[in-house]
Write a protein that binds this ligand. Structure first.
Ligand SMILES: C[S@@+](CC[C@H](N)C(=O)[O-])C[C@H]1O[C@@H](n2cnc3c(N)ncnc32)[C@H](O)[C@@H]1O
Length: 228
């Protein structure tokens, strides 16, 4: 189920290389790097305007969506922190990376490991999706909520979607790297998300060609307008 058993994964974002150290022997899934986070990161790398790997003649359907000036972001279930770090390198510098308490050492280790590339230690917070005080403690709402490979336990689906709803601005977006991990969690997730969000699936051809797998997708959620 894990992407690779190699303890170190390198990921090129713009002209920089992130180096992630996994602890594959750990009991906690967040100490490994999962494929959805790489697919989402490289999708963002491909389309974020000013990305050096995009020629100016290429039309960019995501240029408005991925405009990061004066925007705030939060990552849920960040694990080793790869997608949050990638977004930071792509220009979204007001970002907080969150996860459960036991994953914090692996996250902080990786932030330290990449401190030179990033230029500073990024902000982190302990945030359990069911903990409303922790959600309010990170000062919502955010322009971007990002998450990768976070849907695998049926009981966590309700709190996860609620946390996304509370954290994202009415005109903000959720960017999700997704893979089916549990049929039950998958079914419930899309049921609840369908009530709260308008859901757009990124076409496979828009993913980064080297980080595009049959089973992995990127989704863009926008909050449904409330009927007044
Ligand atoms: C499969 S890992 C994915 C990690 C990382 N996003 C990646 O793709 O490499 C799922 C992450 O969600 C976090 N997580 C699971 N349940 C959670 C909860 N109830 N509240 C907060 N984080 C949770 C885990 O600790 C873990 O870091």
């Amino acid at each position: 189920m894990k992407f690779t058993d190699s303890p170190v994964i390198d990921l090129k974002i713009k002209d920089k290389t992130l180096s992630l150290q996994q602890d594959n022997g750990s009991f906690h899934v967040g100490t490994s790097v999962w494929p959805c986070s790489l697919v989402l990161s490289k999708f963002l790398d491909r389309w974020t305007p000013q990305s050096t790997n995009l020629t100016t003649t290429t039309p960019n359907p995501y240029s408005t969506l991925l405009s990061f000036q004066n925007r705030r972001a939060i990552e849920l279930g960040t694990g080793c922190g790869v997608t949050g770090m990638a977004l930071y390198l792509l220009g979204l510098t007001d970002i907080v990376l969150t996860d459960i308490h036991p994953v914090m050492p692996a996250l902080k280790h990786n932030l330290k490991r990449n401190k030179q590339v990033l230029g500073k230690m990024l902000k982190t917070a302990i945030l359990y999706w069911s903990n409303v005080d922790q959600i309010n403690g990170v000062s919502p709402a955010f322009d971007f909520v990002i998450a990768a490979d976070v849907v695998y336990i049926e009981e966590s689906v309700g709190p996860l979607v609620k946390a996304m709803e509370m954290l994202v601005k009415d005109d903000g977006v959720v960017l999700l790297g997704y893979q089916v991990r549990s049929p039950e969690a998958d079914k419930l997730f899309w049921e609840i998300c369908g009530e709260v969000f308008v859901i757009e699936k990124v076409p496979k051809e828009d993913l980064h060609p080297e980080y595009c797998y049959e089973e992995t997708d990127v989704f863009i959620f926008k909050k449904k307008k409330k009927n007044l």
